[in-house]
Design a protein around this ligand. Sequence first.
Ligand code: S3P
Length: 167
Amino acid sequence: MSSGPLIVLVGPMGSGKSTVGTLLAERLGVPYRDTDADIVAAEGREISDIFVEDGEPRFRELERAAVRAALAEHTGVLALGGGAVLDDGTRALLAGLPVAYLSMEVEEAVRRVGLGAARPLLAVNPRRRWRELMEARRHLYTEVARVVVATDDRTPDEVADAVLDAL
Ligand code: S3P
């Protein structure tokens, strides 16, 4: 009996992890789970409040614990937060799993998520922050990913098709 998630989605904010993850779960007839939502439920606070009140390092610890729990319990489609790959321990948890990286160019990110997003990491100098985030994280997404699916010119349905074809 195999266990663990069927598909794990990683990628930047706005790459479509939740939309594509929900579509994939529907198509496969399995549950969808999202570690951001797990953290909000466990903490009883929004992620932006956790960042402000406790700082990013504490958020990454909570995220690592959420990823560990989800990988142990969940057998459907799992989406991780955009920065989950920054944490060495979280990346180690993903070794050998069917991880799909939904990639996106900076300009597409700005188009989709915008410059005034409610996401805490984009609060100051958002366009420059986007470039920095992408540059700092691209190799980490690639490191954990079994497959990379470019999302820029694809609809969520097309991305879901590509993930299923590739994995
Ligand atoms: C973050 C992405 C967010 C959330 C938090 C930090 C990041 O998740 O975990 O705001 O560091 O990129 P989404 O990618 O689901 O928006």
